[in-house]
Design a protein around this ligand. Structure first.
Ligand code: PMP
Length: 305
């Protein structure tokens, strides 16, 4: 991350961006066991607000619980930390990155259980898969890398080390000229993107893979709820890559990626090769929700005061 002004919440204190450093023998740096969140704040008519803050904090604690990591702060403290970094950095809209990691107390596979640190950083971040991608859709390639198996890593945990798999997949896809990767699970069924859940639309119904090996996305849940408001059926089921090829529409969801249409998979055009009408409807409802506009739910927004 480029050198910059601003503050990062680090173990209970707001420290200067440049001073938020750690030792080279940090356990998580060596073995990858840590947990994190990706959260966004948006500008709303009442000022900046964090979208589904409590749900993100709850997932951070679930991730830590799954990995047997004891966080030395309460949920209330970490909610307050996230609100503080938005406010203290004077940000109107931003991405937030809470992360918990083991310190340098002890090296060796067994982690230093009493040496857990937490940071929360925030910075402006535009459309993750490009503003053009949000409007026109992106080109995706099925990855040669398999998504995690449920008994190899813990798929329900948003764990630092899980992202090695995402990096391999995303790097391969972008190096080959695509915008993002689609990963299949160990049995060959569609799992998710490197940092997104995936949906397809066929004959007015929406389908999305069950959560066996995909992260329980908060944007995914938001989209399911918005689709229900419009009486669009959402079906969770195993999906094959050829079902994606022959879908009418497809899209990715994620806090960073928001709602990004997929216009092509493996050189096959999906539907009309552009953002489809159901994708467009849900995407516009999503942006209205995060920005506190018409139809937004107050309980999803925590104002930064
Ligand atoms: N899957 C993976 C692998 C991710 O990294 C993310 C981003 N957190 C998602 C799905 C989407 O989750 P969310 O909507 O909660 O950001």
């Amino acid at each position: 991350m480029a050198d910059r002004d601003g503050v990062i919440w680090y173990d209970g204190k707001l420290v200067e961006w440049r001073d938020a450093t750690t030792h080279v023998l940090t356990h998580t740096l060596h073995y990858g066991l840590g947990v994190f969140e990706g959260v966004r704040a948006y500008e709303t008519p009442n000022g900046p607000a964090i979208f589904r803050l409590q749900d993100h904090t709850d997932r951070l604690f679930r991730s830590a619980h799954i990995l047997g990591m004891k966080l030395p702060y309460t949920k209330e403290q970490l909610n307050a930390a996230q609100l503080a970094v938005v406010k203290e950095n004077g940000l109107k809209s931003c991405y937030l990155r809470p992360m918990a990691f083991y310190g340098a107390g002890k090296l060796g596979v067994a982690p230093p259980v009493d040496d857990v640190h937490v940071i929360v950083a925030a910075w402006p971040w535009g459309a993750y898969l490009g503003a053009d991608g949000l409007e026109k859709g992106i080109r995706v390639k099925t990855s040669s890398f398999t998504r995690h198996h449920v008994n190899i890593t813990m798929c329900k945990a948003k764990a630092n080390g899980n992202y090695m798999n995402s990096i391999l997949a995303n790097t391969e896809a972008t190096r080959d000229g695509y915008d993002e990767a689609l990963l299949l699970d160990a049995e060959g069924y569609v799992a998710e993107g490197s940092g997104e859940n995936v949906f397809i639309v066929r004959k007015g119904k929406i389908y999305t893979p069950d959560l066996t090996s995909a992260l329980e996305g908060i944007t995914r849940d938001t989209i399911v709820q918005l689709a229900e408001e419009h009486n669009i059926p959402v079906i969770e089921k195993r999906i094959t890559r050829d079902e994606v090829y022959s879908a009418d529409e497809a899209f990715f969801t994620g806090t960073a990626a928001e709602v990004t249409p997929i216009r092509e998979l493996d050189g096959r055009t999906i539907g009309e090769g552009r953002r489809g009408p159901i994708t467009e409807l849900l995407q516009s409802r999503y942006f209205a929700s995060v920005k506190g506009q018409e139809g937004s739910r107050a309980e999803w927004l925590t104002l930064v005061k």
